[in-house]
Design a protein around this ligand. Structure first.
Ligand code: NDP
Length: 331
């Protein structure tokens, strides 16, 4: 069995040299454990932070050890009365072909109800992030004009669609290529979109939202956040979800120069971590499940094959090679 280890900590942009593919034996499960053959694993932006030796809301990866993260697999050996061989489970031991997990740390999922990858995307942490961030943190109301950055990515593509489904008359998205911009307006129902690489964000946003925005879903930070602050109407709200434009910078990026507008325009800028909002899971699953069944929520994935290509998938995601959720299929 193969797994991916952290070979060296990056400064700035990570490279393939930061990872090492390692061959390991698959142990027998001890009492209370299961062996899982992973079918699909997630690569996520927050993993970049975990490559640094810095305590955050999740501990850093350890040098010379396997990385970890969301994965779905099939139980192939069980020493637990709670799980049987053949069960499909969601767990946190990705970046490896076989995982040995404590049965109480994995969650059984229904592979008939949705494909395994859905539990890493639309029906998992990603969908929850979009739902909670938009509806609870930014408290979006039906008439709000909504701006979503990172809009063609996993979280952003769902956040923008939920905004439409919840009655926003105008949803604007930004993304890093013309193809993605077209995808947003043609396929996902965004009312307007722009390529942030083609000109200043503030100008492009003002053009797309001449009457201002009421809600900003921030996946990017930096100049996107500054532009949104300038466009937010009175009592506007921003959900600070991520700041990917800064994750690979060696020096801290400058803060928004226009923060004083938060005072004059009575803005709410609120950060959040999805893990704190587990109480909303039933509401989310009920509503998102219905949208998916009715074909009103479109979910796209970019799938890379094989554990040996997992680092490449991760690095590609940081550079925008994905549309929708970036995943690695194993086995
Ligand atoms: P995505 O699927 O959106 O992938 C990352 C995307 O970021 C890329 O596709 C790329 O798209 C974009 N990007 C990369 N660099 C830049 C840049 N300099 N400026 C603008 N866009 C850039 O990832 P996720 O949907 O998984 O995550 C989106 C955000 O949400 C991240 O910031 C992540 O950290 C955050 N997050 C926060 C959570 C929370 O609990 N607060 C939970 C989950 C995610 P493009 O081609 O458009 O540049």
């Amino acid at each position: 069995s193969r797994e991916v280890h952290l070979a060296a900590r990056p400064t700035g942009w990570p490279t393939a040299d930061n990872f090492r593919l390692v061959e390991v034996a698959v142990p027998e499960p001890r009492p209370g454990q299961v062996v899982v053959r992973n079918l699909v694993m997630s690569v996520d932006p927050y993993m970049r932070g975990r490559m640094n030796d810095v305590e955050s809301y999740v501990p850093p990866f350890r040098l010379g050890e396997a990385l970890d993260g969301g994965a779905v697999g099939e139980v192939v050996a069980s020493a637990s009365p709670d799980l049987a061989v053949g069960d499909t489970v969601l767990h946190g031991l990705g970046w490896r072909e076989y995982a040995v997990a404590d049965a109480d740390k994995v969650r059984k999922v229904d592979p008939e109800a949705a494909p395994p990858s859905a539990y890493l995307g639309a029906l998992g942490m990603v969908g929850m992030t979009a739902y909670v961030g938009l509806l609870d943190i930014a408290a979006m109301r039906p008439r709000d004009t909504v701006f979503v950055s990172g809009a063609a990515g996993a979280v952003g593509s769902i956040a923008g669609q939920i905004a439409k489904l919840r009655g926003s008359p105008r949803v604007i998205g930004s993304a890093g290529s013309d193809e993605k911009v077209e995808y947003l307006t043609r396929e996902l129902g965004f009312d307007a979109a722009f390529n942030y690489k083609k000109g200043p964000v503030a100008e492009q946003l003002r053009e797309a939202a001449p009457d201002g925005i009421d809600v900003y879903f921030d996946n990017v930070g930096g100049d996107h956040l500054e532009a949104a602050i300038s466009s937010l109407n009175r009592f506007g709200r921003a959900a600070l979800c991520g700041a990917i434009s800064g994750y690979n910078l060696e020096e801290a990026p400058p803060g928004p120069r226009n923060l004083w507008l938060a005072i004059t325009n009575r803005l709410t800028l609120r950060g959040f971590i999805v893990g704190d909002h587990a109480d909303r899971t039933p509401d989310f699953l009920a509503e998102a499940g219905r949208w998916l069944r009715e074909g009103r929520l479109r979910v796209d994935e970019t799938v890379v094959e094989g554990i040996e290509n997992a680092p490449d998938a991760f690095l590609g995601m940081l550079r925008g090679r994905n549309v929708g959720k970036m995943l690695v299929r194993l086995g």
